[in-house]
Design a protein around this ligand. Structure first.
Ligand code: COD
Ligand code: ZN
Ligand code: ZN
Length: 413
């Protein structure tokens, strides 16, 4: 391409300092170095995590920074040694790398990579320099991908080539929101089996006599028959873009009951469209929501998901799953340094609490497959997109999110 090897001047949304609105700026984007790729971003989603970055509550971010982590685009140029993509390829960028070399990448049961931001800061590229400058100042990268820029430079192991037929303005959500929620249900929780038998039905004596022939063959020699209800029960705390993707994952996995929990009732209609069987607002009850869910289900749900990111909802989600075989999956993250007070008695009877990072997917391996599934209409992540805006209206997109009016806004460049 004509721009290959040259500095590109383009627009980007810069967060200059904590708490300040994003500022649309002209930035310089240097060419990619070895094992790096420069990508022309075509579309990016706005995720709540970007808002956490702007307000300064997300894990050790250096300012000024270009946020954004739900992007899809086209490769503009590649650095030395890049083998998996070439200029012109459609790609999705993701904030969870897959270096392929660390012990976790080599472990088939793990999707955590030791090059992730929780282990090494991703505010500068792996060689500890930035490719962005603005008004003479160095600007930091975010999760190595900074998708709120018309062009970005990323390490090769934070992107994957996808089917050329994929609509980038739709599949960008697979970079984070959709994959995180859907994977939390199908990979992390492995929703599908009912862990707690729920109601036990003792067979009625008259019905038993109706199967006398079976009885005579000794099949009903046990005192009662337990009918395990098919499917499992789930509660999803938080019906934003990620929580709704959990709902979709629970449905795809065959859950029979999916209870959405959100204080914003405007989220209920979309949640039901995507698979929630019922929705409740904790504000409608005098008692804690975990007690409400336990009463609704008998023993508590088989799987609960915390997709909000507050200490109270984490405690409530844990207490909502059944005391023995219940599994609580925590998706949300609290501001750095926060702690959640938990009564250890909640674990004593056997409950499990698990974390999940981008839904457990090994991203470089999984993204092309998820895109194929999208194209084959195995799921409809388009239903998460409530707004589409030009990139210049990025702050309007954040206002919609903060006002609870949007699920996902996709910005087009
Ligand atoms: N009780 C019930 N519902 C609530 C409450 C409450 N106390 N507080 C807020 N809510 C609802 C809101 O009304 C909203 O509908 C929903 O919770 C949150 O949705 P969004 O749209 O704000 O957020 P998402 O879905 O984009 O992201 C949610 C995360 C929990 C993923 C995010 O906030 C986070 O913590 N991200 C970091 C962790 C992570 O997994 N990252 C990877 C994906 S970014
Ligand atoms: Zn996200
Ligand atoms: Zn790795």
């Amino acid at each position: 391409m004509a721009t290959s090897g040259k500095v590109i001047r383009c627009r980007a949304a810069v967060a200059w300092a904590v708490g300040k609105p994003l500022s649309l700026e002209e930035v310089e984007v240097a060419p990619p170095k070895a094992r790096e790729v420069r990508v022309k971003i075509v579309a990016t989603g706005i995720c709540r995590t970007d808002d956490h970055v702007i307000e300064g509550s997300f894990l050790d971010i250096d300012f000024p920074v270009i946020p954004g982590h739900e992007g899809a685009g086209i490769v503009e140029s590649i650095g030395e040694g890049v083998t998996s993509v070439k200029p012109g390829d459609k790609v999705i960028l993701f904030g969870l790398p897959q270096c392929g070399e660390c012990c976790f990448c080599k472990n088939p049961d793990s999707n955590y990579c030791l090059k992730s931001h929780l282990s090494v800061s991703q505010c500068l590229l792996p060689d500890k320099t930035s490719r962005f400058t603005c008004r003479g100042k160095q600007i930091h990268h975010f999760l190595w991908i900074s998708t709120f820029a018309e062009y970005t430079v990323v390490p090769e192991f934070t992107l994957a080539k996808i089917d050329a037929a994929a609509p980038l303005d739709k599949v960008c959500l697979l970079a984070c929101g959709f994959s995180t929620g859907y994977g939390a249900a199908i990979n992390t929780a492995k929703v599908g089996t009912q862990l707690c038998p729920g109601q036990v039905h003792r067979s009625h004596p008259q019905k038993r006599s109706a199967t006398a022939s079976s009885s005579s063959r000794g099949r009903l020699s046990r005192p009662h028959v337990v009918q395990v209800k098919p499917g499992s029960t789930c509660a999803v705390f938080g019906l934003g873009g990620v929580g709704l993707s959990v709902v979709m994952g629970c449905k795809a996995a065959g859950a029979s009951r999916i209870i959405g929990v959100d204080v914003n009732k405007e989220k209920f209609a979309r949640a039901k469209e995507l698979g929630a069987t019922e929705c409740i607002s904790p504000r409608d009850f005098q008692k804690p929501v975990q007690e409400v869910l336990t009463e609704m289900t008998g023993y508590g749900v088989d799987y609960s998901f915390e997709v909000i990111g507050t200490a109270d909802t984490m405690t409530a989600a844990l207490a909502s799953c059944n005391m023995n075989t219940g599994v609580c999956v925590v998706v949300g993250v609290l501001p750095t340094g926060s702690v959640v007070p938990i009564d250890p008695l909640l674990f004593l009877s056997g409950r499990t609490c698990k974390g999940t990072l981008i839904g457990g997917w090994k991203m470089r391996d999984s993204i092309p497959k998820l895109v194929s599934s999208y194209l084959e209409k195995k799921f409809n992540s388009d239903l998460l997109i409530t707004h589409t805006l030009p990139f210049a209206k990025i702050n309007e997109g954040f206002e919609l999110l903060r006002a609870g009016k949007s699920i996902r806004t996709v910005l087009l460049y």
